[in-house]
Design a protein around this ligand. Structure first.
Ligand SMILES: Cc1cc2nc3c(=O)[nH]c(=O)nc-3n(C[C@H](O)[C@H](O)[C@H](O)COP(=O)(O)O)c2cc1C
Ligand code: SF4
Length: 488
């Protein structure tokens, strides 16, 4: 986990929980309109991947249990985890890339409806991502993934002073490099090859020499639209297009996107495909269906997009007709730590990852409500341009007073809480019924995120060892943790 230099360990803020009467009169528990849908409160659980789908992307009983547990706390909305729109193997992450997934997803929708008594609206986050390979063993990289070219041979002549590299067999070049010191490898390989060796091969939207990457602008609108229609058929109240973090659509929005085919470079070109995807989705699902977007208020990485870019995107998304704008921050590959051999690079291990899920080991500002200044800037700009599209803020929002102040000050329209909702899925209901003192408060130390990083079933350290011998308790694959928060 990345930390700032000389971090300060922040305490959880002291807070007063409201009485049931105070909660009932608060803005947090007032209705809000999203498109033509009413949310019963301004509370929101943003997407969180729990690693519980089958290996080929189907909904499991463990997925149903996970969402049922959140639904019982009756948030205004839950966004189902990033769900793949591309029909390719992607491990135990949900998929919506074919009609065969609809029955399982329909069951998920019905489970949430029943558990929340119809009070919670359910959206699904639609994601596309490009290939990311594991970091290979050095020898394997040079034997299997490395193409020897004239450039390498010349670089070796220069680096070693020996001229026979032009004639040597490919095998000899590979074998030599596999045993060569880092300095020599650095001299012989280009930047992308060095990255593939040390981090694992990772596709980029700018790899337009590859046909499937060049053709993303043709392919993605159709894939997103088909997935959105399946979401509607499964009964979801709406979809959230995932334009945030390290994934395909965020890469199109990024300042680092220098495609030269009209889909990169200036702001208007970078937003072009995200808007084309939106229009294709809208056309397929109709005007009466909720279509929202999650995007980055700041990419955090060097040469990445900043708040000025996000302000522009927010206004364009509102103008196009998106029904909500959900904000996140960071979570990029570009500043991620080097993974261990045979592990894939994880986009939440660098500074941008820290900003996405800030912990209590922080700078002076601390992790709580850290992204609110960005949310305010975007909301003011969107409202100033004449749009009332609800803005959803997230990042360290974890008590009633804080959430209510954000809403009262008009800094956001809805507050989203991921980790606090994982720590205590009943916390909204506890606030509403005047039982705030009973809330299990998230400690913001990111044990859950560590599990996500190692592709393990996500649980919370505050409850995953409690009452393990309770009858019928579902356990993690290693049999050491409970999968669902206990009742309390
Ligand atoms: C285990 C875990 C999985 C997550 N998965 C997703 C995801 O699928 N899509 C997404 O947009 N954000 C994801 N996030 C980020 C959260 O939605 C949220 O933006 C972030 O945790 C900051 O909010 P918080 O401080 O309330 O936790 C995930 C976070 C965690 C902890
Ligand atoms: S594991 Fe830690 S950071 Fe994650 S929800 Fe639980 S208390 Fe919060």
């Amino acid at each position: 986990m990345w930390h700032t230099e000389n971090p300060i360990r922040h305490a959880l803020p002291e807070t007063n929980w409201p009485t049931a009467e105070e909660a009932a009169g608060s803005l947090l528990f007032q209705l809000i309109q999203i498109g033509n849908l009413a949310l019963r409160s301004r509370t929101w659980i943003p997407a969180m991947v729990p690693w519980r789908a089958t290996a080929d992307g189907f909904v499991t009983d463990a997925n149903l249990d996970w969402y049922r547990r959140f639904a019982r706390g009756r948030p205004g909305a839950i966004v189902v985890e990033a769900t793949g729109i591309r029909d390719v193997a992607s491990g135990p992450l949900l998929r919506i890339s074919h009609d065969r997934y609809i029955p399982g997803l329909r069951q998920l929708v019905e489970t949430v409806r029943r558990a929340s008594d119809g009070q919670t609206r359910l959206f699904v986050q639609l994601i596309d991502f490009l290939a990311v390979k594991r970091r290979p063993e050095k020898s394997k990289f040079f034997q299997r993934f490395f193409t020897v070219t004239e450039l390498h041979r010349h670089a070796l002549i220069e680096a070693t002073g020996e001229t026979e590299w032009l004639e040597k067999s490919e095998t000899a070049v590979r074998d030599f490099l596999a045993g060569a010191p880092d300095e020599l490898i650095d001299a012989a390989l280009d930047e992308r090859e060095r990255e593939s060796l040390r981090y694992g091969y990772r596709e980029r939207i700018t790899d337009t020499h590859l046909a499937h990457i060049r053709e993303l602008p043709e392919a993605l609108p159709k894939m997103f639209a088909a997935a959105a229609l399946r979401a509607r058929e499964a009964g979801f109240d709406g979809v959230e297009l995932h334009y945030a973090h390290a994934y395909t659509m965020a890469s199109f929005l990024s300042r680092r996107n220098n495609r030269t085919d009209g889909y990169g470079g200036g702001l208007d070109n970078r937003v072009r495909l995200p808007l084309e995807v939106y229009r294709a989705v809208r056309e397929r699902v109709g005007d009466d269906y909720v279509v929202g977007v999650r995007f980055l208020a700041d990419e955090v990485i060097e040469n990445g997009s900043r708040i000025e870019d996000a302000v522009y995107f927010g206004k364009e998304f509102a103008r196009a007709g998106f029904d909500f704008l959900s904000l996140s921050k960071g979570g990029k590959f570009e500043d991620a730590k080097q993974p261990k051999i045979n592990h894939a690079v994880y986009p939440y291990t660098g500074k941008s990852g820290y900003e996405c899920m800030p912990t209590i080991l922080s700078d002076e500002r601390g992790p709580f409500g850290r992204n609110i200044p960005l949310a305010v800037t975007i909301k003011r700009a969107v409202n100033g341009a004449g749009f009332q599209t609800p803005v959803i803020a997230s990042g360290g929002i974890a008590n009633f007073e804080q959430a209510e102040e954000i809403l009262q000050r008009g800094e956001a329209d809805i507050v989203a809480s991921a980790r606090q909702s994982l720590a205590d899925p009943d916390w909204f209901l506890k606030i509403l019924t005047g039982r705030g003192q009973e809330i299990r408060r998230c400690t913001f130390t990111n044990y859950c995120e560590g599990l996500d990083q190692s592709h393990k079933q996500v649980t919370c350290k505050l409850w995953d060892r409690l009452q393990l011998d309770e009858a019928g308790v579902a356990l993690s694959d290693d049999k050491r943790r409970r999968l669902i928060a206990p009742e309390d």
